[in-house]
Design a protein around this ligand. Structure first.
Ligand SMILES: CC(C)(COP(=O)(O)OP(=O)(O)OC[C@H]1O[C@@H](n2cnc3c(N)ncnc32)[C@H](O)[C@@H]1OP(=O)(O)O)[C@@H](O)C(=O)NCCC(=O)NCCS
Length: 164
């Protein structure tokens, strides 16, 4: 069976939090999220369930920031399932949803820009996203020592493919 992304349900929240907490602690590649924060944003999340039906292999969220901009957040793959295309499946599902929503651009803040570049994103300055900086970065504990790189993708090609 090919792995597929699907919309998250509230029953996935604890498992999403487990994956995020693992990477937040292990490498700091994602920011930790409380279970409450995950319920509040559960409609942002897509997940890839394990084939056994127990637990999740991957998760990620598309968070709309403004009329023309959304961010991919909390992208996490189970450490035992890395390198099998699951990160790509989650990002693809998020980009498809962004097109459905009428968005033209998606960005991410990441410590692994090379992964996103493989998926068609390009590196951009975080100052290209002032709304993000004002809304969230200023409140982030890592703000003064932020090690994340902004990457962005223009969805026009994907929108055109959809129309063709
Ligand atoms: C980064 C992460 C999401 C990648 O997921 P994954 O399922 O292992 O990646 P995929 O198998 O989908 O890889 C897709 C492509 O990206 C490449 N890639 C994956 N991880 C990469 C990395 N760290 N650096 C460079 N390229 C990478 C793969 O080689 C593959 O390229 P290909 O299609 O040309 O073969 C995953 O390793 C992870 O959860 N890391 C910890 C948390 C994290 O860093 N999240 C991102 C924060 S925004």
């Amino acid at each position: 069976m090919t792995a597929q992304a699907q919309r998250a349900s509230v029953n996935d929240a604890r498992e999403i939090q487990r994956l995020i907490a693992y990477w937040a602690e292990e490498t700091g590649d994602v920011l930790p999220r409380t279970e409450g924060e995950i319920y509040e944003t559960i409609r942002d999340f897509v997940v890839v369930p394990a084939e056994s039906g127990n637990g999740l292999l991957a998760a990620g969220a598309l968070h709309v920031e403004w009329r023309d901009l959304a961010e991919i957040k909390s992208l996490v793959v189970d450490p035992k399932a890395q390198g099998k295309g699951l990160g790509r499946i989650v990002v693809d599902a998020c980009l498809d949803e962004a097109v459905d929503l009428g968005l033209k651009t998606v960005f991410a803040l990441t410590t692994t820009p090379a992964f996103f570049e493989r998926l068609g994103f390009r590196v951009a300055g975080v100052s290209a996203f002032p709304r993000k900086v004002w809304n969230e970065c200023f409140r982030c504990p890592k703000y003064a020592n932020c090690d994340e790189i902004a990457v962005t993708i223009d969805l026009r090609e994907r929108i055109a493919e959809r129309r063709a």
